[in-house]
Design a protein around this ligand. Structure first.
Ligand SMILES: [Zn+2]
Length: 304
């Protein structure tokens, strides 16, 4: 009896335990599920906000990434715009002498050029000088600056030695001579506008630099040079002048650079050998040569 009784008790206990376990495994679930849905809306709402915040932060990075992409996209058009300023940087004013020469289709100019040196003193229709006291000397029998005297002496002597009766007949002209002997007589006779069209306004005459001379053939030839071009003597002078640092100051057809009133073919000008070779070989004017080195070289008011 005792064994059977205990077996029944144990069985009942197992059955009770099984029932309790079954009940507890269901009851807590229904209790949690039932409680949480009721409390979740109220209690999890505030906790849901911070959760949304992280999710919002998660979205924020998501929105930051596009923002970064936009930021990366923004510089991209700027990078595509950077080539645009590059052409502006290539304006003639900002260029080196070699770059300016290339822009004009010219070879690289000599590097040892200093426009402040005496042989680059500029007088033309558009740039007036008033210097009255150049360093006088004599070249080919006329008054010139000392820096040019030896070159003119050798130039004319060698032309004569080559068989051409070349002589210099005009060198330095001071300001008052240019005014009283050349300009004012035309003004008195025909008016200022006419005078300025046929001769040089005082200050604009290359002869005032003492770096230019007028040549002519021997007696029987005019001093205007109109019958000088085309002669064998002219051809010799044009071919060899650069060897002496001398140029044809007023090349035919390029009057727009120096002014029509300046032009006379017999005028030769000293600029130094490097400059003379470059100017002659490339058929440019002194004005164009100076622009290669200083984009503002052609008009410097008050300096000269
Ligand atoms: Zn002259």
């Amino acid at each position: 009896m005792n064994k059977r009784f205990w077996k029944i008790i144990v069985a009942l206990l197992f059955a009770l335990a099984a029932f309790l376990m079954a009940f507890s495994s269901c009851a807590p679930q229904s209790a949690v599920n039932g409680a949480e849905p009721a409390e979740a809306p109220s209690e999890e709402a505030p906790s849901a906000v911070p959760e949304l915040a992280p999710s919002g932060e998660a979205e924020a990075p998501a929105s930051v990434i596009p923002a970064e992409e936009e930021a990366e996209a923004a510089p991209a058009p700027e990078e595509t715009q950077e080539p645009a300023p590059t052409p502006e940087a290539l304006s003639m004013e900002d260029m080196t002498p070699a770059e300016r020469a290339a822009a004009w289709g010219l070879p690289a100019p000599p590097e040892n050029i200093d426009l402040s040196e005496q042989q680059f003193k500029l007088a033309n229709t558009y740039n007036s000088i008033t210097d009255q006291r150049p360093n006088h000397s004599y070249g080919a029998g006329v008054t010139v600056d000392a820096v040019a005297a030896d070159a003119f002496n050798r130039f004319v002597a060698d032309a004569q030695a080559a068989g051409y009766s070349v002589v210099a007949f005009r060198g330095y002209i001071d300001y008052w001579t240019a005014l009283e002997n050349y300009y004012e007589p035309e003004v008195y006779a025909h008016g200022a506008a006419y005078a300025a069209s046929v001769t040089l306004v005082p200050g604009c005459n290359d002869h005032q630099t003492a770096l230019g001379i007028d040549l002519k053939l021997g007696s029987g030839y005019s001093e205007t040079g109109s019958d000088f071009r085309g002669t064998e003597a002219w051809d010799w002078l044009v071919e060899h002048c650069k060897e002496y640092g001398i140029i044809v100051r007023y090349p035919e057809g390029q009057e727009s650079w120096y002014g029509y009133a300046c032009s006379h073919p017999a005028h030769f000008r000293y600029v130094g050998e490097d400059a003379a070779r470059y100017i002659t070989d490339n058929n440019i004017t002194l004005e164009q040569f100076m622009l290669l080195y200083d984009w503002h070289a052609l008009y410097v008011p008050g300096v000269n």
